[in-house]
Design a protein around this ligand. Structure first.
Ligand code: NAI
Ligand code: 15L
Length: 271
């Protein structure tokens, strides 16, 4: 198949680095963007998405691409003002540029923290569905709710399609017992983003982003419907992590909800 061009925002970040490595194998040529320079990538576009003065440069960045993977933003809790600029205004500026340039498809890095106050199911209890109501656990999670709703607006009003991926924990390996349920391996992340970028007629679709974890808390069916076929499972890491930390307890406020330590005040992270 012909290679396609992807704008990768947040290219200097942790997930961005892993996707720079993996997405070319799925047929994507990458155009990189971040507010900081991307090490070793002199052609990367350095732009603050929150800066309204950046509109012309942003239109140029999205011009002619076959899709956008929007990873840029503050990725943990912060002040409302910082989140407002980077995540709310930044995502709005990106969608405006995409609309103006006729970009057809955006994959938006949403987060489990958009629904972080959803109670965590115990084994055997029903999995959390993709249409569960927004229950942000932080200003950060609230900005992901905004991004999902912005995506919905731009689909219905302007025909810009989005897959909002509520990512669990995307790291090379799970490092806590909670992450056994939420882990998205780098390889599965690339498979999921590729499926989300290429599946036909997604309108605005919300999916969860995790591997095929034995201890999953949420329903991956909307992700699988895009053609996502996860290959990894966190279970091989379970014995060691449970031995170190113990099993999760519902009596522990950090273990009661999907959002885990983001649900306590102040949010505790990293553990
Ligand atoms: P990260 O913090 O390592 O990377 C985010 C990147 O966005 C950074 O390179 C940063 O410089 C850039 N950025 C921040 N503000 C910007 C702005 N105003 N304009 C342009 N670039 C800006 O985060 P990570 O872990 O790579 O996550 C990527 C995305 O996925 C984030 O949107 C995060 O919220 C989301 N996510 C990540 C999860 C994970 O497990 N790593 C879980 C759930 C969601
Ligand atoms: C997120 O949304 C964060 O960006 C990431 O750093 C992790 O903390 C992840 O959620 C998580 O819940 O494990």
């Amino acid at each position: 198949a012909a290679r396609r061009t992807l704008l990768l925002t947040g290219a200097a970040g942790a997930v961005g680095g892993m996707m720079r490595e993996l997405l070319p194998e799925h047929g994507w040529d990458l155009r990189l963007l971040d507010v900081v320079p991307v090490p070793g990538e002199p052609d990367a576009i350095t732009l603050d998405l929150g800066d309204p003065e950046g509109a012309a440069a942003l239109r140029e960045a999205v011009r002619g691409v076959d899709g956008v993977l929007h990873l840029a933003g503050i990725s943990l809790e912060s002040t409302f003002e910082k989140i407002l600029r980077a995540n709310v205004q930044g995502t709005y500026h990106l969608y405006e540029a995409a609309r103006a340039e006729g970009v057809r498809r955006i994959v938006f890095a949403s987060s489990n923290h958009a629904v972080g106050f959803t109670p965590r199911p115990e084994p055997g209890e029903p999995l959390v569905p993709a249409d569960t109501p927004h229950r942000p656990d932080t200003f950060y999670g609230l900005s992901k709710c905004f991004g999902e709703d912005l995506a919905d607006l731009y689909w219905h009003k302007h025909g810009v399609e989005t897959v909002s991926v509520r990512i669990g924990s995307c790291y090379p390996e799970p490092t806590t017992v909670r992450m056994l349920s939420l882990w998205l391996s780098p390889g599965d992340a690339a498979r999921l983003f590729d499926a989300a970028l290429t599946a036909p007629d997604v309108g605005h679709t919300v999916v969860y982003g995790s591997s095929a974890n034995t201890r999953a808390w949420w329903d991956l069916s909307s992700a699988r419907a895009l053609g996502y076929a996860p290959r990894d499972d966190s279970e091989p890491y379970a014995a060691r992590l449970v031995a170190e930390e113990g099993e999760l307890s519902r009596d522990d406020p950090e273990h009661t909800h999907l959002g885990g330590p983001f649900c306590v005040n102040p949010p505790i992270w990293p553990r």
